[in-house]
Ligand binder design. Structure first.
Ligand SMILES: C[S@@+](CC[C@H](N)C(=O)[O-])C[C@H]1O[C@@H](n2cnc3c(N)ncnc32)[C@H](O)[C@@H]1O
Length: 329
């Protein structure tokens, strides 16, 4: 029996309210379309809304396209990574003549990607070591594990997985390579088990969780792309528009928090009697700190539990001297 891929949209009502708080006669960019859960609610509830959906996973894009077919030309798909959001925004402005009112970034992988056995995202399923969100991208987890040095693997596991036993796991992986390449998630889980001391295996969730997260982040270059995309997303919004970002782990959330803080503070010394326009904040934080899913939602959908939602409204154009988003090539 085949089951339809599923993904329950996280904090749906909150996202819809925030994304349309500046109006709904314009464009919302869903930069992480996935299976189109948030997109469907937006298109159904707001008949004047145009929606651009970005995803690096062509399979997700095709499934979302079927789901959103009844929106006709109000939905435009883009197969790319979300650091191309400035290009997408420009095309949407040209095509519709309307402002960019909202941008949603619901980071990480979808339940469909986690559940799809061939993708190798989950330590709980036996699968080839792939982990690419875009199956046409060049680097797989298998390749990374076959080629990276102990030092490089240790750095990845430590900085992207905050793994205490990074060095031990990396050394085991490289040792194992002597008797042939690592090809499946099972083999990797076994190595991680062996590398982590017995007394530490029962703390901090499944012992393989942090290593799998770290490899997925590295294979998909997730944090670098996120850090480049956020200033471009802020720049791409029209004044009055809102950016909503949902992070699933603290490394992502830290990048979002810093990017929002840079826009929500003045760049002038605090003792200036009048702060020039170009040094005034260009973002207003709409959420005080990060919002969390309700207990009821987290119980219904465990994927909502770790989510931290931050939203910011654009107050004025980003001054050139404070704008890391501009491309100079
Ligand atoms: C959590 S899911 C989104 C779920 C969606 N909001 C829904 O309700 O159906 C995240 C999606 O973002 C995509 N994604 C992750 N990183 C991306 C990136 N850098 N560029 C484009 N898409 C990305 C993934 O392929 C995945 O489909």
């Amino acid at each position: 029996m085949t089951t339809q891929p599923r993904h329950i949209p996280v904090m749906l009502e909150r996202c819809v309210d925030l994304l349309t708080s500046g109006g709904s006669d314009g464009v919302v960019i869903d930069a992480t379309l996935g299976l189109g859960g948030h997109a469907e609610a937006l298109l159904t509830r707001f008949p004047n809304l145009q929606l651009a959906g970005i995803d690096r996973d062509e399979n997700a894009l095709a499934l979302a396209g079927e789901r959103l077919a009844s929106a006709g030309e109000r939905f435009t798909p883009f197969h790319t990574t979300y650091d191309e959001i400035d290009v997408v925004a420009e095309q949407m402005r040209e095509r519709t003549g309307r402002p960019i009112l909202g941008i949603l970034m619901d980071l990480g992988v979808s339940s469909m990607q986690l559940d799809e056995e061939s993708r190798g995202f989950s330590y709980a399923r036996s699968a080839p070591l792939d982990m690419r969100m875009d199956p046409s991208a060049p680097l797989t987890a298998k390749q990374l594990l076959a080629e990276a040095s102990v030092g490089e693997l240790t750095r990845i596991l430590r900085s992207y997985g905050e793994e205490k036993f990074a060095n031990r796991i990396a050394a085991r992986i490289v040792k194992q390579r002597e008797s042939g390449p690592l090809t499946t998630t099972d083999e990797l889980v076994e190595i991680i088990y062996d590398a982590i001391p017995h007394s530490s295996r029962r703390t901090g969730g499944h012992p393989a969780k942090r290593t799998f997260q770290a490899l997925r982040i590295a294979v998909n270059d997730e944090l670098v792309i996120l850090a480049e995309a956020l200033p471009r997303a802020i720049d791409a919004l029209d004044v009055g528009g809102t950016l909503v970002v949902m992070s699933y782990q603290s490394l992502e959330d830290r990048i979002v928090k810093q990017s929002f803080a840079a826009g929500a503070t003045s760049s002038a010394p605090v003792d200036l009697p009048v702060i020039p326009e170009a040094d005034q904040p260009y973002l207003e934080l709409v959420t005080r700190g990060a919002l969390r899913a309700s207990d009821a939602e987290a119980e219904d959908n465990p994927r909502a539990k770790p989510v931290r939602l931050r939203a910011a409204r654009k107050l004025r154009p980003v001054p050139a001297h404070r704008n890391p988003a501009r491309r100079y090539s």
